[in-house]
Design a protein around this ligand. Structure first.
Ligand code: SRM
Ligand code: SF4
Length: 499
């Protein structure tokens, strides 16, 4: 943070990479401390190159932002690419240290920040990807996710009071019955709820995934009016910062503190850090328990008459520079330049007028980013995996694509099936929320030789009856996966084999 606030990054960037990497302190800067500035050195699989992660509240990306990020990665040739992440965010790749000061300036000019996006920091605030455009929305989440982000990074200047949390921390604001934001797996989730006629939010706390333990968020029995969204976030974060354990990193997420104190004691610690009393939860939140989660692909009318949003499928969230430029240009030509990123690693183009719809749907880019993806492709999610991630046990993105294509060729399904892949037990690809989840592990082949494999999860739910899935099978070699998944599709999802 000091490097950013006092501009020491200029000095680091002007030192040859090998020189920085030759000392213990320099190595630690490169591999760990730069994560506070959103820079992740890919030492194992992309030496000398950084992944850069941002704050993109609510997943809203303007044309200027999308074009700018594309212009950064295009200078890195085949090393440069971008991903839509499972927190409706952009990540770019190929960044070299010497370019960082100019990239930071460029980011500022387009209103983006990479601050505090890794290590023990608050991650991208997630909101409803259809905020402000959905005829059925309960509340527009954008003002809240933006206010949260502004507080978290102090309007892009850095907020050092919350940059040394016991561990990472996730927040989301729910805006529709669909629960696109996955409130049950965030450390703090705001659920829209009316109390005595006032709009506000009931709070859920403590949802998280980690290799040793996964927990669904629990009610805090607290309600805040909409104007106290930031104040209560600050109070929860300060409670966690002040009281959370800082020992074994497998036991430091906020739920461990909630368990240690008990929910009432945790609540009273939060209340102590607020001005005034914390209200008890409203009797009921505004989420319908019988709502069927909607599909956002294709063309849908917005709440604004004569305007439409179009959901596009981005295969496993990966884009090249030219594709990002093209998407941003399409959004400018047909809409207002804006893109909405989703936690399923897809993109929605909002604000397209009726008379422009036909031409939009004929754009060549839609043959790659389909508006009507197949039932198996549409919700396919895959984390970074071993192509770039040093923690990965297996390759994910290409493998997820290949298996899905093989399943499409051989199976007939009648409803969307959400398949998630994650390269290791950290579960960045959220296998526990998937219909079928694949978590990377080492397995043994028929000759007892170690090979890349997966543990298979089944039965995760999102939406009204959200709950986490359980492991069904363990240690299946990846090369033997096709018949195993075909069988799961038949047995659990009513699929039929093609002739
Ligand atoms: Fe994650 C660490 C990628 C969402 C749980 N995650 C990492 C690192 C930074 C590891 C590293 O240094 O290489 C990965 C960077 C790989 C790369 O090069 O891209 C990484 N995580 C991702 C992304 C990009 C996956 C994706 O393909 O979309 C997601 C970025 C979201 C963002 O924009 O900020 C991502 N990670 C998640 C999620 C999902 C979520 O937030 O809903 C989780 C599980 C939920 C949670 O945290 O409660 C998640 N990531 C982890 C963990 C395990 C945390 C724990 O408490 O044990 C780690 C490892 C760690 O922190 O020690 C980790
Ligand atoms: Fe890397 Fe593991 Fe996260 Fe995948 S789940 S991005 S392999 S840390």
């Amino acid at each position: 943070m000091k490097m950013f606030i006092e501009n020491e990054i200029e000095q680091l960037a002007s030192t040859p990479f090998d020189t920085v990497d030759s000392t213990k302190h320099g190595k630690d800067d490169i591999d760990t401390r730069l994560k506070w500035l959103g820079l992740f050195h890919r030492r194992k699989h992309h030496y000398g190159k950084f992944m850069m992660r941002f704050k993109l509240p609510n997943g809203v990306s303007s044309a200027a932002q999308t074009h700018y990020l594309a212009s950064v990665i295009e200078q890195y040739g085949k090393d440069g690419c971008a991903d839509v992440t499972t927190r409706q965010n952009w990540q770019i790749r190929g960044v070299v240290l010497q370019d960082v000061p100019s990239i930071l300036k460029g980011l500022e000019q387009v209103g983006l920040s990479s601050l505090q996006s890794g290590m023990d920091n608050v991650r991208n605030p997630v909101g409803n990807p259809l905020a402000g455009i959905d005829p059925d929305e309960i509340i527009d989440t954008r003002p809240y996710t933006e206010a949260l982000s502004d507080y978290i990074i102090n309007n892009g200047k850095g907020n050092t009071s919350i940059t040394n949390l016991p561990r990472k921390w996730n927040v989301c604001v729910v805006g529709s019955h669909d629960l696109y934001e996955h409130p049950h797996i965030n450390d703090l989730a705001y659920m829209p709820a009316l109390k005595e006629g006032r709009m506000g939010f009931n709070l859920l706390v403590g949802g998280f995934f980690s290799p040793k333990r996964c927990a669904e968020a629990v009610p805090l029995d607290a309600w805040v009016p909409e104007e106290e969204v930031v104040a209560v976030c600050k109070a929860v974060l300060e409670t966690y910062r002040d009281l959370g354990t800082r020992g074994n990193r497998q036991k430091c997420r906020m739920m461990w503190l909630i368990d240690e104190l008990g929910i009432e004691e945790f609540r009273s610690e939060v209340e102590k850090r607020m001005v005034g009393k914390l209200s008890r939860a409203a009797n009921k939140d505004l989420i319908s328990q019988t709502w069927e989660r909607r599909n956002y692909f294709g063309v849908h009318p917005q709440k604004q008459k004569g305007l439409y949003y179009i959901g596009l499928h981005i295969p496993v969230g990966r884009l090249q520079a030219s594709e990002m430029h093209e998407l941003a240009s399409l959004a400018e030509l047909y809409g207002t330049g804006e893109l909405r990123l989703t936690v399923e690693q897809n993109i929605i183009v909002p604000n397209v007028q009726t008379e422009k719809l036909d031409a939009f749907m004929k754009e060549p880019l839609l043959t790659r980013f389909s508006a009507s993806p197949s039932l198996l492709q549409a919700n396919l999610v895959a984390c970074t995996g071993s192509q770039f991630c040093g923690m990965a046990i297996i390759e994910t993105k290409a493998r997820a694509q290949k298996l899905t294509e093989d399943l499409e060729k051989t199976m007939e399904v009648t409803r969307p099936i959400r398949m998630h892949w994650t390269g290791c037990p950290n579960s960045c690809g959220q296998v526990q929320v998937a219909d079928i989840g694949f978590m990377g592990c080492m397995a043994r082949d028929e000759n007892k030789k170690p090979c890349e494999g997966v543990d298979i999860f089944l039965g995760g739910r999102v939406g009204a009856d959200s709950h986490l899935g359980d492991m069904l099978l363990s240690g299946i070699p990846c090369k033997n996966l096709l018949p195993v998944v075909q069988e799961i599709l038949v047995e659990h999802f009513g699929a039929k084999r093609k002739a």
